[in-house]
Design a protein around this ligand. Structure first.
Ligand code: SIN
Length: 277
């Protein structure tokens, strides 16, 4: 039982609100251990009423690993590790409006992402998360066995195409650099929990290794629909000052674009992960 924090699950499958932590203060080792355990147990954890500077956010993220400097989206001035997650009142597009995990097109995809919400609508703009251990566990033994021996190709090419002409703060060099491409297992084993999770993502998974896209697509489409079954999900209602910390190794997320005429703005850091196995 945790002694320094309290944990309140928000859904049956994943997601818990953590109370008793001020992320702007240096955290002692026991509090960090308890936060880390809650993160592993619940896949995504939430903190309310956090008043964080960019340096506080980076310091919290760095407790879990090295932060990535993004070359996909434009970073916050003076803080290359911080992405601005923004939708202006007049904008129609947002980042993350489809089920995905962060950066699976890299050789070392993101371990976790920490998003600090600074401004948000009174209603709308929630984020959903889906438990990919549960997605794997719910497959038949035959499908589990087949997928466990398969690998897939992941690329950011589709994302770059999708972002063209959209009102997003895309990094000025993103169009000119080569596309990232990586090959990963379709079912990965979490380095800390030892649990298996489904690891395919609509914007990034291009095809199965040694197969064509046409051969791969029907099974990928089944897996994308399966991965986001409502039973595997939770949905988080933001306030200004909320923080979410999600585990990209075993969860996908989806930012809802169901609001307009109001600004939603937050800062995100991304913790670099291991090579999926
Ligand atoms: C993302 O990191 O995909 C965006 C999440 C959000 O805006 O809620």
């Amino acid at each position: 039982m945790p002694e320094h924090i309290s944990i309140k699950p928000i859904a049956g499958s994943c997601g818990a609100e953590i109370d008793g932590v001020d992320l702007s203060k240096p955290l002692d080792a026991q509090t960090i251990d308890e936060v880390q355990q809650a993160f592993l147990d619940h896949l995504v954890i939430f903190f309310r009423n956090q008043n964080l500077t960019p340096d506080h956010l980076k310091a919290f993220g760095q407790r879990f690993g090295e932060l990535r400097v993004s070359d996909q989206y434009q970073p916050l001035d003076g803080h290359p590790e911080i992405l601005e997650i923004v939708k202006e009142p007049e904008a129609t597009d947002i980042v993350g409006n489809l089920w995905h995990c962060d950066e699976s097109f890299l050789e070392r995809p993101a371990l976790g992402s920490v998003l600090h919400m600074i401004e948000c609508p009174d209603h709308g703009g929630d984020t959903m998360f889906a438990n990919q251990y549960a997605a794997f566990d719910a497959l038949s033994p035959g499908m589990q066995g087949m997928l466990s021996s398969m690998r897939a190709v992941y690329s950011d090419g589709t994302l770059q195409e999708r972002n063209k002409g959209r009102s997003l703060k895309v990094h000025p060099d993103a169009a000119n650099r080569p596309r990232y491409e990586a090959v990963h297992p379709v079912v990965r084993t979490h380095a800390q929990t030892g649990r298996k999770s489904l690891f395919v993502h609509r914007p990034y998974t291009v095809r199965f290794e040694d197969m064509t896209t046409e051969e791969s697509q029907p099974l990928l489409d089944f897996l994308y629909a399966h991965a986001a079954r409502p039973e595997f999900t939770c949905r988080f209602r933001w306030n200004a000052g909320s923080v979410a910390f999600w585990d990209n190794r075993c969860a996908q997320h989806y930012a809802l674009n169901d609001y307009s005429g109001v600004r939603r703005y937050g800062h995100r850091v991304t913790v670099i992960g291991d090579i999926p196995k």
